[in-house]
Design a protein around this ligand. Structure first.
Ligand code: ATP
Ligand code: MG
Length: 239
């Protein structure tokens, strides 16, 4: 059986500088797979490349066995991948409801309203604020909106780039509860996190990335947590 997402020898460059230097990894169907690594390791670059926002120089990305490398973002979304971007980029001058509708922009079915209703049940805080401009939501509420908007495309695979960044501990716990719930509902999740402790609690598999390369792959517990955390923040170079 092959993985839901298969990334092989992926190279993505900004001009002459290669931020991804041949990344190979898998996200298994039905898993929470976590990607850890220090600042500048290339985690966001990888997410943006999978989402079709950046074009790789070489290598391949397959979703459920199908080659999707180089497809434009709307085709990637239509294929079943949604990105919750770093810094929760909601549309600040649009209401909560309009943000959710925007998340369904490529859908033509009749269940969009029903899906919004379900998301409002899952995120009652968003329902209370459905008419409010997204830019005036708190950080935690914006993160929930960014997740809810991504879910409006009915993804098979959700890419989440540092969803807990800058949030208070209680809000981080809430975000992780949502991640676990989504996983139980059958969404596969590829999660970039700086909160290695929380990530290792929910993930079935994790990768460590340093300087554009995967340097470790294993199940939580395969490496002592303090070693993972040290390498996730500092890289393997001795301080
Ligand atoms: N638009 C860009 N133009 C040029 N270089 C870039 C650009 N975006 C990122 N880089 C560089 O690519 C490398 C990887 O950056 P990336 O944002 O993918 O790292 P990251 O692992 O997500 O880091 P962080 O944990 O800080 O979010 C860095 O050296 C960064 O400076
Ligand atoms: Mg990043």
């Amino acid at each position: 059986m092959s993985a839901l997402l298969e990334i092989r020898q992926l190279v993505t460059a900004y001009g002459k500088i290669e931020a991804l230097k041949g990344v190979t990894l898998d996200v298994e169907q039905g898993s929470i797979t976590c990607l850890l690594g220090p600042n500048g390791a290339g985690k966001t670059t990888l997410m943006m490349t999978v989402a079709g926002i950046l074009r790789p120089k070489s290598g391949s990305i397959r979703l459920a066995g199908e080659e999707i490398t180089g497809r434009p973002p709307h085709a990637i979304v239509a294929g079943g991948i949604a990105l919750v971007p770093e810094n929760r980029l909601v549309f600040p001058n649009m209401s909560v409801l309009e943000n959710l509708q925007a998340g369904a922009y490529q859908r033509r079915d009749r269940e969009i309203e029903a899906d919004i209703g379900k998301l409002f049940e899952r995120f009652p805080r968003l329902k209370e604020r459905s008419g409010q401009n997204a830019g005036t939501l708190s950080g935690g509420e914006q993160q929930m909106l960014a997740v809810a908007r991504a879910l409006m495309s009915r993804p098979k695979l959700l890419l989440m780039d540092e969803p807990s960044l800058g949030l208070a501990p209680l809000v981080v716990e809430e975000i992780f509860r949502i991640i676990v719930q989504l996983h139980q509902d059958g969404v596969s999740i590829f999660l970039v996190e700086q909160n290695a402790h929380m990530a290792l609690k929910v993930a079935q598999h994790f990768y460590l990335m340093e300087q554009g390369k995967v340097t470790f792959s294993g199940t939580p517990g395969a490496l002592a947590e303090d070693e993972v955390i040290r390498r996730a923040y500092l890289g393997s170079a001795k301080a």
